[in-house]
Design a protein around this ligand. Structure first.
Ligand SMILES: NC(=O)c1ccc[n+]([C@@H]2O[C@H](COP(=O)([O-])OP(=O)(O)OC[C@H]3O[C@@H](n4cnc5c(N)ncnc54)[C@H](OP(=O)(O)O)[C@@H]3O)[C@@H](O)[C@H]2O)c1
Length: 285
């Protein structure tokens, strides 16, 4: 059984490969598909097969997926180009006769108004049309997404956002990776849609309280209109594309699009997700 992971030099991919190894998969049965082999030297040193392919290179993808049974397609980060890129990976998997594709999508991809959702939905639809059984890992937000904001919140005493009273069920990359590794190493996941969210489902006001307790500093949530929040982020030096993505994401949180009570993450990993207070520790300095 050979298991391939694309985006293997990324943050989620690194966790997935570590989880596969921890679950007893032989390194020689893991294929790390990477676009920059220099970044994969540690994987090669552990005996993992490193194969080089960019999502934009169909021929390289075909070669990289030769002999692969199960594939985790980690969504790329080239916003706006991902439908073609992901389609290339799926077509290469079809030619390589891959038996299962797991795809890292986004929570509620079929109804979400988040700006990132249409590319995920298009990829899901392409996978549904494929002859290869697919499983959708609809990941919620990573707690790590807030690591840049947390020190600023502690410093200023204000956590800014535009999520209103909306709840977010985020989880750590490591927990989402653990779920992906379970799906890759156990059976009967083809055709499943997993809505993956963390066990702590909290508002930003509650998140501010968590940051406050963890840091010992007073932090309160300051809710802003979406456009005003985008302006605050841009003024803090964020490129406009990220300011827009974060502010529109918060609007999605206000609509409940990054919250779920499905329990799917917990069922897959066999435990509650890492508590938010523990998840944010690396950001406390
Ligand atoms: N749930 C969330 O909160 C959240 C937040 C941000 C992103 N995401 C999505 O989840 C994915 C994984 O998250 P992450 O934290 O691991 O992101 P990441 O660290 O940016 O990793 C993305 C991976 O995709 C690879 N990649 C991007 N474009 C590629 C291409 N054209 N060809 C081949 N490989 C390509 C990157 O390769 P290199 O290592 O060479 O750069 C990297 O390994 C992201 O790419 C994005 O789609 C989710």
């Amino acid at each position: 059984m050979t298991t391939a992971v694309t985006g293997a030099t990324g943050q989620l991919g690194a966790h997935v490969i570590a989880e596969l190894l921890w679950r007893g998969v032989a390194p020689t049965e893991i294929v790390a598909v990477v676009r920059d082999p220099d970044k994969a030297a540690d994987l090669a040193a552990q005996g993992v097969q490193v194969r080089v392919a960019d999502y934009s290179d169909p021929a390289a993808l075909r070669a990289a997926l030769a002999g692969v049974d199960k594939l985790l397609l980690i969504s790329g980060n080239d916003l706006g180009r991902r439908i073609d890129q992901h389609t290339n990976v799926i077509e290469a998997a079809e030619l390589a006769d891959v038996k299962l594709i797991a795809y890292t999508s986004v929570l509620k991809a079929d109804t979400s108004g988040l700006s990132v959702a249409p590319e995920h939905l298009a990829t899901e639809l392409r996978l549904t049309a494929s002859s290869i059984p697919a499983v959708f890992l609809r990941n919620g937000w990573y707690w790590e997404n807030y690591f840049a904001a947390i020190p600023q919140a502690i410093e200023s005493g204000k956590l800014f956002g535009a999520a209103g009273e909306g709840r977010i069920a985020a989880a750590t990359r490591a927990d989402f990776a653990a779920a992906a590794a379970v799906v890759l190493t156990t059976e009967d996941h083809g055709g499943k849609v997993y809505e993956l969210g963390g066990s702590d489902r909290i508002t930003y006001a509650e998140f501010a309280q968590v940051i406050s307790s963890a840091s010992g500093e007073p932090v309160e949530y300051q809710d802003l209109p979406e456009a005003e929040y985008a302006a605050v982020l841009s003024a803090a030096g964020l490129p406009e594309v990220f300011s827009t993505m974060l502010s529109t994401s918060d609007a999605g949180i206000a609509r409940g699009e990054l919250d779920t009570d499905s329990g799917d993450l917990q069922k897959l990993i066999g435990r509650p997700s890492t508590p938010v207070a523990d998840a944010i520790k690396p950001a406390l300095g």
